[in-house]
Design a protein. Structure first.
Length: 75
């Protein structure tokens, strides 16, 4: 019907969900800081980004923007 497969655990059926592996591009300092902030203070947004596989691109975008801003502010 919807293409999902399920595994029976006890009396419940749980969907078999698998996330793709993130790209090999490393996340910089500001991306890691954003990740920690999301995990500690914005758990719903973190979970949403993680499950829709938009977390890693978001962290890379934040890191790139912060590094560009630092280059502008600190010549």
């Amino acid at each position: 019907m919807n293409g999902l497969t399920y595994t029976k655990v006890g009396d419940y059926y749980l969907p078999n969900l698998v996330l793709k592996e993130p790209p090999d591009t490393p996340i910089g300092k500001y991306g890691r800081m954003r990740l920690r902030y999301l995990k500690e203070h914005r758990k719903g947004l973190y979970t949403s980004l993680l499950l829709t596989e938009k977390l890693y691109p978001h962290l890379l975008e934040i890191d790139e923007a912060a590094n560009k801003r630092m280059d502008i502010l600190m010549p």
